[in-house]
Design a protein around this ligand. Structure first.
Ligand code: FAD
Length: 376
């Protein structure tokens, strides 16, 4: 056996998590000949979850919400990563097998309860996910009074969608903070969002938390459930939607990356997005501790940078630093309106919000950024 003809082995890049950041990176690196790339995610498809609220009022919109992994990358392992063996450069999978890597990119995001997100699981299918959303649509249609517990972007957008298509329903947002959605937006943004939601007749119960969470049933049609809040108020509703909790998906990083994990679960990264103390492990998107609004936009910017940095590292070049750009953030209020900013604090007008997000919820852009056309 001669050595002369054997091709040099290219480094193996393993991406854990097929959300906005992981699939963008998979798409970019798959085109590179300097490495071989594999995506690991237990599900069958990526969820473009910005489209969740629209898919609840307009079920046909779900064709935009799920992107099969096999359309994005040929090497997809349908498994959950359960541990990292850093000294051996391997990850462990739920089925007990291991996969070796030269570079590891953690893009495992954060979990949020249904219907904000659908949990990617081994036995779940895209059709099954669509079915769950359709069932939820039927539940929502039968409810007259709906409470969203929590005031994140999903809560605001769901309230706006429901009041646009079903103006006779009562929709309440109960939020433990004074301000809705992101802490990164200014007061003018907040005031305009409150005003636009109230103009749609969404009831805002802000600065009060729900005190009887344990007694409540979520996502079920149940007449006259009583929601009690910390300032003594009580409202009766038929449907309660959880819009609050999210959990950063980094449990599998313990104990290997223990030193880089914050109490929140976020992974500490260097300016070039390498995990602290690990030159061949990167973390991108919601899972890292970068002080930016966690959006598809910032996750994808980080994926673009890590694609370039992995290439530079393989070729012996210099790694670049992640630079926080202007805040790109729009909260839709139904399909025709919204509140948004593309930085410098200046607010977008109604037409700009509609064209930039409210109409198609970034769907065309998200599919295109993975080399795909929106399905008909
Ligand atoms: C309903 C909803 C609406 C939103 N709307 C907006 C919006 O309008 N504007 C905005 O800017 N932001 C919005 N966000 C926030 C935005 O979606 C997140 O910032 C974004 O999803 C983060 O992307 P990510 O790539 O980090 O991870 P995610 O999209 O969370 O994807 C993580 C992936 O990792 C996989 N995974 C997790 N653990 C493992 C493991 N152990 N092994 C293998 N795979 C694993 C999961 O299955 C998942 O597919 C919204 C979020 C939700 C839930």
């Amino acid at each position: 056996m001669g050595f002369g003809n054997s091709k040099p082995k290219v480094p193996h890049v393993l991406i854990v998590g097929g959300g906005y950041s992981g699939t963008r990176l998979a798409f970019l690196l798959q085109k590179e000949t300097v490495c071989k790339t594999t995506l690991i995610d237990p599900g069958e498809c990526m969820q473009h979850n910005v489209a969740s609220a629209r898919s609840i009022v307009e079920p046909e919109f779900d064709k935009n919400m799920f992107i099969p992994f096999n359309k994005i990358i040929s090497n997809h392992i349908r498994q959950r990563v359960t541990a990292i063996k850093k000294d051996k450069n391997v990850v462990m999978l739920q089925n007990g097998k291991k996969v070796a890597y030269d570079y590891l990119v953690i893009a495992a995001g954060a979990s949020q309860p249904f219907p904000a997100k659908y949990e990617n699981k081994q036995d779940a299918t895209m059709e099954g996910a669509k079915h769950l959303y359709k069932e939820f649509t039927e539940t929502m249609k039968k409810a007259h009074r709906i409470a969203c517990i929590g005031g994140n972007t999903f809560a605001c957008e769901l309230a706006g969608e429901i009041k646009t298509d079903y103006p006779d329903k009562q929709v309440i947002i109960i939020h433990h903070k004074k301000n809705l959605t992101s802490p990164h937006v200014n007061q003018e943004f907040q005031d305009e969002l409150n005003e636009k939601l109230q103009r749609k007749d969404v009831d805002l119960m802000l600065d009060q938390s729900v005190t009887n969470t344990d007694d409540l049933k979520f996502n079920e049609l149940l007449e006259n459930q009583k929601v009690k809040t910390s300032n003594g108020k009580e409202v009766e509703v038929d449907l309660i939607v959880p819009c609050d909790q999210y959990t950063i998906s980094s449990d599998f990083c313990k104990p290997a990356l223990e030193n880089a994990l914050l109490d929140s679960g976020a992974i500490k990264v260097e300016a070039n997005l390498q995990v602290q103390g690990c030159s061949n492990i990167f973390a991108i998107g919601h899972v890292n501790n970068c002080d930016v609004e966690k959006t598809p936009h910032t996750g994808q910017q980080q994926a673009d940078l890590v694609a370039a940095n992995i290439k530079a590292s393989i070729e012996g070049g210099k790694l670049e630093e992640y630079k926080k750009g202007d805040l790109h953030f729009i909260v839709t209020v139904g399909r025709y309106d919204g509140v948004g900013t593309f930085g410098q604090g200046k607010l977008l007008d109604e037409d700009e919000c509609r064209e930039s997000k409210s109409e198609d919820l970034l769907s065309k852009q998200i599919w295109n950024q993975r080399g795909l056309e929106l399905p008909d």
